[in-house]
Ligand binder design. Structure first.
Ligand code: GRF
Length: 209
């Protein structure tokens, strides 16, 4: 069974959604570990309630990104993790982790990358930028993680109509509801099919979409 580690820094609604999709058999995997940088993260209580191991690893406790990465790799190794799922994780993944888990780290971004992404573009900052741009569409992007912020090969995207949204908060809420559909679908795709990555393109054979 494919073993997942979920990384979350906050409330963890995507984490909970993925867990539930595993429980109902939609995703053939198990979540063996929650990694967080924030001991106040709401995701921790959900993990505890569901007997999922928790590793609180704060980058501030390490002298270098390399040392931070080693601590992460130790925990991933001891739980035999196959895939890393970033579900609202705000820290940059160290290069030694990206290298070891090449094309096996997936992230969700609440906009249609490459637009409205990159360093510092997270949470409400994204939705404010989208709202202020006057765009009629936003959306959800699930992508593989490389050493750049929000720049890895895209696995799945879904556009979301936002013409009816009158504030960045309304955009955030509408996009989040689509995240809870698209993220589990993307993880199922990755778990069920060995995707080919050619340059920045993810090819998933016999997947009609
Ligand atoms: C989501 O909007 C996600 O797109 C972004 O961080 C937020 C996490 O929300 N990466 P939650 O913790 O999953 O509720």
């Amino acid at each position: 069974m494919t073993k997942l580690a979920v990384f979350a820094s906050g409330r963890g609604s995507n984490f909970q959604t993925i867990y539930k999709k595993i429980q109902d058999g939609y995703i053939s995997a198990e979540i063996n570990l929650l990694v967080t940088d924030n001991e106040q993260a709401g995701a921790i209580s959900f993990a505890n309630e569901n007997k999922i191991s928790v590793a609180t690893i704060n980058p501030k406790d390490f002298p270098t990104p390399q040392a931070f990465g080693k601590a992460i790799l130790n925990r991933l190794g001891s739980h035999q993790i196959d895939y890393v799922v970033l579900a609202g994780y705000l820290k940059k993944i160290p290069e030694n982790v990206v290298g070891k888990y090449h094309n096996r780290i997936v992230n969700i971004h609440p906009a249609l990358l490459p637009a409205f992404g990159g360093k510092g573009m997270y949470g409400m900052r994204v939705h404010r930028a989208v709202f202020n741009s006057g765009a009629k569409l936003s959306g959800v992007t699930v992508h593989l993680v490389n050493n750049e912020y929000d720049a890895g090969p895209i696995v799945l995207q879904k556009a979301v109509e936002i013409d009816d949204c009158n504030s960045p908060e309304e955009i955030a809420n509408k996009v989040l509801s689509f995240e809870h559909i698209v993220f589990p679908e993307a993880i199922k795709l990755l778990v069920d099919n060995k995707p080919q990555v050619i340059g920045n393109r993810v090819i998933i054979r016999n997947y009609g979409r």
